[in-house]
Design a protein around this ligand. Structure first.
Ligand code: BEZ
Length: 249
């Protein structure tokens, strides 16, 4: 098969649009939500946003995810981060589902859970398609579990996709937010499995002179395994004080 013969993927009737990538501006839209109309991402200027899709209302994995997200909403807000959900269901289905969650569902000790972050209705699938949330090989009429972490300038900073059957790890999503904010604030990178308080990666030496200085131990507080692999310590308390906007210790 030549490149020209590869079929364009389609949903039921509409061509699947491209996915926004890391570094792209978050595609703009207006939408009806369970918390009123929103103009995205403009309404969230100056805040971080975790924008996520779920396959369908009244489904068990999604229910467990919404309860978990709702129970962590204040923790995300403490890091200047708002939550916005989307599925291709309609507004009245969303409202009925969220009421049912509050009235009837207990999950891992969480009960009486009220979802107060906006849940977008997207019956036309326009927004889901714009964000590459419909993956026809998985399901052509339901969004997969997509997560876009968007920064205060409206730029996409992280994209994560999960299939329908796999509930997300919400500690990881909070870790991603903290790691991005730490990287921005301290001009560092974060290594595998990093958590606040672990050592961070110092940007690569930009010159032979800096590389030598670091290897000779002249860059105070910086420890190098080799010229390209240097770390430094930032105390968890310093990170908290820099990135936590509410409930600082
Ligand atoms: C769920 O949320 O439980 C679910 C949704 C769509 C397909 C499979 C599971």
């Amino acid at each position: 098969m030549t490149i020209n013969e590869i079929p364009t993927p389609t949903t039921n009737s509409t061509a699947v649009t491209g996915m926004p990538r890391i570094g792209d501006p978050a595609p703009a839209f207006t939408a009806v939500t369970t918390q009123g109309d929103i103009n995205f991402p403009a309404d969230y200027a100056g805040k971080w946003v975790v924008f996520f899709s779920h396959p369908a209302d009244f489904t068990p994995v999604c229910t467990s995810e919404f309860m978990t997200f709702a129970s962590m909403q204040q923790e995300f807000a403490a890091y200047n981060t708002e939550l916005v959900g989307l599925s291709v269901d309609g507004l009245y289905s969303h409202i009925a589902w969220l009421r049912t969650i509050k009235d009837k569902i207990t999950f891992r000790g969480m009960k009486d859970v009220e979802v107060t972050f906006p849940l977008i209705e997207d019956i036309s699938m326009k927004i889901a398609e714009m964000y590459g949330m419909i993956m026809p090989g998985e399901d052509s009429t339901k969004a997969v579990r997509a997560v876009f972490v968007i920064d205060p300038e409206g730029k996409i900073r992280t994209v994560i996709y999960y299939p329908l059957s796999l509930g997300r790890n919400f500690d990881e999503l909070l870790r991603v937010v903290k790691a991005l904010q730490t990287a921005d604030h301290f001009s560092v990178a974060t290594p595998a499995d990093w958590r606040p308080g672990d050592s961070v990666i110092v940007p690569p030496a930009g010159s032979c002179g800096t590389a030598k200085e670091r290897m000779d131990g002249h860059d105070e507080g910086v420890k190098c395994e080799d010229w390209f692999f240097c770390t430094k310590e930032i105390a968890a308390a310093d990170i908290e004080s820099a990135i936590r906007v509410r409930g600082k210790a």
